[in-house]
Design a protein around this ligand. Sequence first.
Ligand SMILES: NC(=O)c1ccc[n+]([C@@H]2O[C@H](COP(=O)([O-])OP(=O)(O)OC[C@H]3O[C@@H](n4cnc5c(N)ncnc54)[C@H](OP(=O)(O)O)[C@@H]3O)[C@@H](O)[C@H]2O)c1
Length: 276
Amino acid sequence: MSKVVLITGCSTGIGRDLAIRLSESGYAVVATARNPETLINLEAALKLPLDVTQTDSVRSAVECTLQLLGRINGLVNNAGYAIRGAIEETSERQVQEMFDTNVFGVMRLVRAVVPPMREQKAGCIINVSSIAGKRSTPANGAYSASKFALEALSDALRLELAPFGIKVVVIEPGSIRTHFMTTAIAHTPEQALSANSPYRMLYRQSELFAEGMQRHQSGPEAVSRVIQQVIETDKPKARYLVAIPLSGRLILYLGDSFWDYALRRMFPSSAVASHE
Ligand SMILES: NC(=O)c1ccc[n+]([C@@H]2O[C@H](COP(=O)([O-])OP(=O)(O)OC[C@H]3O[C@@H](n4cnc5c(N)ncnc54)[C@H](OP(=O)(O)O)[C@@H]3O)[C@@H](O)[C@H]2O)c1
């Protein structure tokens, strides 16, 4: 019997690549997207509308999967996006909306799939976090906060669900070539686009930094390959860093002063702005 894996956010990027990979490997994939038209050309056992910010949408996708396929062996909480901007210039509404997807969306899915997984006495929940869930950088603080929150809730969940045979794993990708950056740019707060923004130099530096990162991006298959390995491992680790070069991994272990020093070198514009 093939394993049933439900994936959120399959319209593009990592979710779509994963849906294709797992379907080709014989899994019964439940590919979901908030706009089901984006799934038309995708091969999957089941294609369902699912907006992670809507409790009813989550419930009906899970119920429909159980009715038609009888079980859910794996859940991949992949749907998510970033907003860019200095904390001061990021609106409360934008941050709340992002948390509604990146954090509360995951909790909605967890509440819906854990009861059937507990009955099965087995299951695997994979939460797609980010390197930003380990370290926060200027103009990316709100997104980082959402991924830090996801890391924290995953750590608690891993221990809460272990007695029921349900595994919880966090995936922490570096920079991946998807629609992610385009969506992040589209979510840049209005104030940040103003020529009068006190952070304009930081934003310029941050754009240059992102452009530099884009030249070294991995494709989404780097992440979906690791997710497949996790699904197929009996004893997965708690978290997996993906597509992060050795230098990037080492920097994670720096103390705060060294980290700030490295960041000031990466984003010297914030210092320039303060001396104008
Ligand atoms: N790309 C990177 O560099 C990178 C690095 C680290 C972590 N990540 C994480 O990887 C995950 C996937 O991102 P990606 O890189 O594949 O970007 P992407 O191509 O922009 O895909 C994001 C997916 O999330 C979906 N989504 C957003 N809000 C949703 C909602 N309310 N309900 C259901 N689906 C929703 C999008 O659907 P629509 O098409 O409807 O918007 C899209 O399918 C995200 O959690 C992201 O934070 C990405």
